[in-house]
Design a protein around this ligand. Structure first.
Ligand code: URA
Length: 209
């Protein structure tokens, strides 16, 4: 059964309030997205398996636990997903990074792939798709479709803010995928923006408008 995790942590709520605020500038927005990404990375890796090892402290020998050498691939969806990479890399520094680029076709409104570059050993990796805004879910559904064709060991999706419509869409198309979101908002507006949301995450990260 796939996991749906909506975070309920005061630090995350506090930092989200500042990135939602329209008066927060790009520099602070980026820093906060990195900090929130670190916090969600901590929880989104809770099921990583451990193995026992013998070490020696300055005092005595002991049996302790380390990660089972899990190979992780971070997959930011361009462009806003890039904002989450630094925070995840601080927690999982050995991760490799694949990139996915999708645009929405004007006529069909369907996401169209324009870029996909994955680590060569993607089939040995557990992938974490990074998309700060899970709005309609169309992009994430298409990204997971693309990734499944490459046979990774597993795929999970991490977003900062989700709309119920997007969560439903991803769950319906990919019921096997774990989804982690820092906050679940009310709804989408007619243009597919999340309400109350934070506006356009890419524009706020990169200072474009
Ligand atoms: N993408 C964004 O950047 N913001 C939204 O609210 C929805 C999609």
């Amino acid at each position: 059964m796939a996991r749906i995790v909506i975070f309920d942590h005061p630090l995350i709520k506090h930092k989200l309030s500042f990135i939602r605020d329209m008066n927060t500038g790009s520099k602070e927005f980026r820093e906060l997205v990195t900090e929130i990404s670190m916090l969600v990375a901590y929880e989104a890796t809770r099921d990583f398996p451990l193995m026992e090892v013998e070490i020696e402290t300055p005092m005595q020998k002991m049996t302790t636990e380390i990660l089972q050498g899990k190979k992780v691939g971070l997959v930011p969806i361009l462009r806003a997903g890039l904002g989450m990479v630094e925070g995840f890399l601080k927690i999982i520094p050995a991760a490799k990074i694949g990139h996915i680029g999708l645009y929405r076709d004007h006529d069909t409104l369907q996401p169209v792939e324009y870029f996909c570059k994955m680590p060569q050993d993607v089939d040995e990796r557990d992938l974490i798709v990074l998309d700060p805004m899970l709005a309609t879910g169309g992009t994430v559904v298409a990204a997971v479709d693309m990734l499944k064709k490459r046979n990774p060991r597993s795929i999970r999706v991490v977003s900062l803010i989700a709309a119920p419509e997007g969560m439903k869409n991803v769950k319906e198309h990919h019921p096997d995928i774990d989804i982690y979101v820092a906050a679940l908002d009310e709804k989408l507006d007619k243009n597919g923006y999340i309400l109350p949301g934070l506006g356009d995450a890419g524009d706020r990260l990169f200072g474009t408008k």
